[in-house]
Design a protein around this ligand. Structure first.
Ligand code: OTU
Length: 654
């Protein structure tokens, strides 16, 4: 479309909106003016050939106007503030907590009572995993949504959700919610209408009368859940048709080649934003666009869809941050921050799945070569975007390294992956890990890993043997991993229960809706009795909670740990020690050293920092262990070092 045509649509829509009854202020029109040409351009790239293009544009803009009109005043004020401070998410005070609402707090009212616990730990972002209405039986932990505008009744109501958002905001905290964009449950109204034979809604999904096209897709599509949900299509008996179901058979993939689907989902995005969500996790984004002959992941069009969401958010809710949940190869993940003229204009944050697996790698091998290599091949990310750093979440640990990186450090990629699975499932002698293989695929030889962080670092095994040394070692490993997430840049995520070293839970085996999905072994009911023990010195809960809490407190007091200044790796010629520095002109230097091996390590910093006479560890408020100019790191120990001349902010108890 040429500029004249789009000018013409813009002025028609603006005239119509201005003369409508909608209450829209000048700010809306200014923002719309700023984003309009991008929105049209992106839409045209996706749907340009369709005859209804103009009506699609105007439909989308009308929905944006309605969403803006409905935006609560409080959220509008936050929008303004965040527009003025675009680095609002990069503050070192931020730390996220992710939890299933029912398992953590029962329901939305229960959550209000638990806010003080989260504050105590040092959390500022509360991610409540899917809480919208889903099917009664299997719902993939809520990642199959039946109604995007209704809270699952046993968890509360939309009004409760708004109230919880308000409470969090009163406390200076943020709410994060999921938007399951790639698929709906087979009980969603659209799916029900499709099943009743309505063509309009069948077109919301990928539906086929026979196997011809599904078979073409299958030739190049991998399987996400090969053990429990092989293939990417399911037969719908009442229709005699095949529907695309990349995940489970009750999760129907939405068809974004149909512009109506995009328009609907954009409206739902702002419905959640207007409920008070500050951060929206976009689930499974690599899968949004499918193309025969490809893996149907990371297609360029998926990026266009996300850019449309982002541009629309700049108009309706510029204070909302979008999170890419893209657990794919490293070079593909970074593309979700946007590229070229769209750099920084796609998702505002993304899960650092590469770092996650590299951390587990370093711990298993006692060696940081793969970590350094893996991180150094990831390009920098655009200004004002940031990573979510984490070691565990509700999903499996996928071994999504780049093969080139493994080769570069001398590993055979498939052997190395097999080692990782063996190590973390406890089949490697001396590992002590108690994970389980997830979705082993005999066709490809792939497997992923399930298990709670504490069980993966060997705590379950250590507690069984009662060996105090092993228990301490496991605790140190857990804290070490979190200490890296807290200090390396990005927003750290605490996965619920990790702060208490929660072990695997096998009770899911008794639940027919869960027993075939071992990710439930690391999705336990939160143990509030164990949480009480955080206050009893000497308990495992106390030993872990107090250290993680202290580290989060320190992180908040060290602006260098915010994400504006990326960590730069420091080469200390010791493969067992991760070393990086965080520094800024105003706040000075912090050097982080982390020993991933189970032996003490010696390093020298005088070569890299000749002008620093002495160092002080902000974690202990003491000098690091030293022998002349050699620093000693105990097994699985770490330091957050500042030149000791610098003003070291210590806590009251030091
Ligand atoms: C996500 O995960 C969710 O986190 C899972 O809990 C859901 O089951 C799934 O989507 C379906 O909604 O495959 O093994 O690249 O890796 O979206 C986990 C992204 C998954 C996928 C990821 C997916």
């Amino acid at each position: 479309m040429d500029k004249r045509q789009s000018d013409c649509i813009l002025s028609t829509v603006i005239d119509d909106l201005r003369s409508s009854k909608l209450e829209l202020d000048e700010r809306f029109f200014t923002r719309l003016g700023a984003q309009f040409f991008s929105i049209v351009d992106l839409l045209e790239n996706l749907y340009g050939k369709s005859v209804e293009f103009e009506s699609a544009v105007s439909q989308l803009l009308w929905r944006l106007a309605h969403s803006y009109e409905a935006r609560p005043e409080r959220m509008r004020l936050l929008d303004l503030e965040r527009e003025r401070h675009p680095a609002w998410l990069q503050d070192s005070r931020h730390a996220a907590y992710m939890a299933y609402l029912d398992r953590f707090a029962g329901d939305l009212s229960g959550l209000e009572e638990r806010i003080s616990y989260l504050r105590e730990l040092g959390i500022t972002i509360v991610h409540l995993m899917p809480l919208l209405k889903g099917p009664a039986g299997k719902s993939d932990g809520g990642y199959a949504v039946s109604n995007y505008q209704e809270v699952e009744p046993r968890l509360g109501s939309i009004d409760d959700l708004r109230r919880v958002a308000g409470r969090l905001h009163d406390e200076g905290m943020l709410l994060e919610l999921d938007l399951v964009v790639n698929h709906t449950s087979n009980e969603h109204e659209w799916a029900l209408k499709a099943r009743a034979g309505e063509q309009q809604y069948q077109d919301y999904y990928y539906m086929f009368d026979n196997r011809t096209i599904p078979d073409q897709f299958e030739q190049s599509m991998p399987e996400v859940f090969p053990e429990t949900s092989p293939g990417n299509f399911s037969y719908v008996p009442e229709l005699g048709k095949w529907v695309m179901t990349v995940f489970n058979d009750f999760q129907w993939d939405l068809n974004y080649t149909n512009c109506d689907v995009l328009v609907e989902m954009t409206e739902i995005l702002f419905f959640l934003a207007n409920c008070g969500a500050d951060v929206i996790r976009l689930d499974a984004v690599p899968f949004l666009w499918k193309r025969i002959g490809t893996s149907c992941q990371n297609q360029d069009e998926s990026h266009l869809i996300l850019r449309i969401f982002h541009a629309c958010a700049r108009v309706v809710a510029p204070g909302v941050a979008l999170v890419a949940e893209a657990i794919v190869e490293p070079k593909e993940i970074v593309r979700y921050f946007g590229e070229g003229e769209y750099a920084g204009r796609e998702c505002d944050t993304a899960y650092h799945a590469t770092m996650m697996v590299l951390l587990w790698d370093a711990l298993a091998t006692g060696n940081t070569r793969a970590f350094h290599q893996g991180l150094s091949s990831i390009p920098g990310i655009p200004a004002y975007t940031t990573w979510f750093t984490y070691i565990r979440c509700h999903d499996d640990i996928g071994l999504g390294y780049a093969d080139e990186d493994l080769h570069a450090v001398g590993y055979d990629p498939s052997l190395h992956r097999a080692f990782m699975v063996a190590y973390y499932t406890g089949r490697f002698s001396g590992s002590g890990a108690r994970g389980a293989p997830f979705m082993a695929n005999p066709k490809t030889g792939d497997a992923r890993i399930s298990g709670s962080a504490a069980s993966l670092v060997g705590l379950e095994y250590a507690l069984e043997t009662g060996n105090e040394e092993e228990i301490t070692k496991a605790i140190n490993k857990l804290v070490l991993l979190y200490s890296i997430c807290y200090s390396i840049g990005g927003i750290p995520i605490v996965y619920y229960g990790d702060e208490l070293a929660t072990l695997n839970d096998i009770s899911y085996l008794d639940d027919p809706a869960k027993h075939d999905d071992n990710r439930w072994m690391h999705r336990p009911m939160f143990d509030w009795a164990a949480a009480e023990r955080r206050n009893s010195p000497g308990t495992v809960e106390n030993r872990v909670f107090s250290r993680l809490q202290r580290l989060l407190g320190l992180r908040a007091s060290l602006p260098q740990f915010g994400s504006e200044t990326p960590a730069s790796m420091v080469d200390l010629a010791n493969d067992s020690v991760l070393a990086y520095e965080r520094s800024s002109d105003e706040n000075g230097l912090v050097v982080v050293l982390a020993n991933v091996s189970d032996r003490s390590q010696a390093v020298r910093l005088d070569g890299v920092y000749p002008s620093v006479q002495a160092w002080s560890d902000v974690v202990t408020c003491e000098a690091p262990q030293q022998f002349d100019d050699v620093l000693i790191l105990p097994a699985h120990g770490f330091y957050w070092l500042r030149p000791s001349s610098a003003e070291v902010e210590c806590c009251e108890d030091c």
